[in-house]
Ligand binder design. Structure first.
Ligand SMILES: C[S@@+](CC[C@H](N)C(=O)[O-])C[C@H]1O[C@@H](n2cnc3c(N)ncnc32)[C@H](O)[C@@H]1O
Length: 284
């Protein structure tokens, strides 16, 4: 039985494999950490994403359905997310990365370190926040050293845009937050301006990065070694929303409205015309 990740909620995970023949018929264990939803057209079902560990963790630590989920967008090789998952076993982490090689590295790291609270998702980050995350289901979004696209003609390729921030606000729980770090001063300035104009989020000025996310990312280590300044910013859903919902979570919707479906089709055809595959597989 060595080398197989069991999918029954009551079973344990065995990461060892000393019999090569075992690999022939069984999934490679790390692939279970690279999550592929049954459909890329429906919002994620968190219960399924984190199966089989969910029920075990929930009974140990909190009320069912209240488990915090943190999403790291553009997770790179996953050094940050795996370090955080190690020190926060009570939080579930989604590492979103569009490069397959990097998404695989994250899954392998999580598997090697037996981090059952991590799932890698190989997909475009803007697609995840707009179409895959159910509303108000996330406690934290981290965007650490997003590609800066410094040339003016490439700036529309930057991940953080006004519409993207609105979608992040949609994903966050009333007690949620978003943290952004970059070494690019011009990009940072642009983000601050977009945030000031964003109706769903407010700048959380007194957040302390050392307290909130003390773990360094791989890129951050390199930038610090090179003596570069790091810019840090956090935001939270506006208080009006927290008050309006009475501080309670808003119900997750299980399917898209007609308007959302229309936006989804438009987004997908735009991506297709740019040659971007929206539903990549493990082996693509
Ligand atoms: C500069 S690296 C930073 C990686 C990591 N956050 C760190 O600080 O070490 C940016 C990462 O984001 C990924 N990325 C860039 N744009 C993305 C997008 N739109 N969706 C998902 N991943 C993206 C890149 O492939 C790359 O791995």
């Amino acid at each position: 039985m060595a080398g197989h990740l069991f999918l029954s909620s009551s079973s344990t995970i065995d990461y060892e494999n000393d019999n090569e023949d075992d690999w022939i018929m069984k999934p490679t264990p790390w692939e279970s950490f690279l999550y592929q939803p049954p459909s890329w057209m429906e919002p994620l079902d968190w219960q399924k994403v984190f199966h089989p560990i969910l029920s075990q963790l929930e009974t140990q630590n909190s009320e069912p359905g209240t488990f915090p989920i943190h999403v790291d967008l553009g997770a790179g090789d996953g050094g940050f997310v795996t370090a955080r998952a190690q020190s926060h076993p009570d939080i579930r982490f989604i590492a979103v990365e569009r490069l397959l090689g990097r998404a695989r590295k994250i899954a392998k790291k999580a598997c090697r370190n037996q981090l059952d609270n991590v799932r890698a998702l190989r997909i475009e980050a803007s697609y995840v926040v707009e179409f895959l995350i159910p509303p108000h289901s996330i406690q934290a979004i981290t965007i650490l050293f997003p590609d800066p696209w410094p040339k003016r003609r490439h700036q529309d390729r930057r991940l953080i845009q006004s519409h993207f921030l609105v979608q992040c606000a949609r994903c966050l729980r009333p007690d949620g937050w978003i943290a952004i770090k970059t070494d690019d001063a011009a990009y940072f300035e642009q983000i601050v301006e977009m945030l000031a104009a964003c109706q769903g989020l407010e700048h959380w000025k007194d957040a302390d990065p050392e307290q909130l996310i003390p773990e360094l990312t791989d890129f951050e280590r390199d930038f610090l070694k090179a003596g570069r300044s790091i810019h840090f910013l956090t935001a939270r859903p506006i208080s009006a929303r927290r008050d309006a919902s009475g501080g309670k979570w808003i119900e997750q919707s299980s399917s898209f409205s007609e308007e959302e479906k229309k936006q989804l089709r438009q987004f997908q055809s735009q991506q297709k015309s740019k040659g971007v595959s929206m539903a990549p597989g493990v082996n693509e």
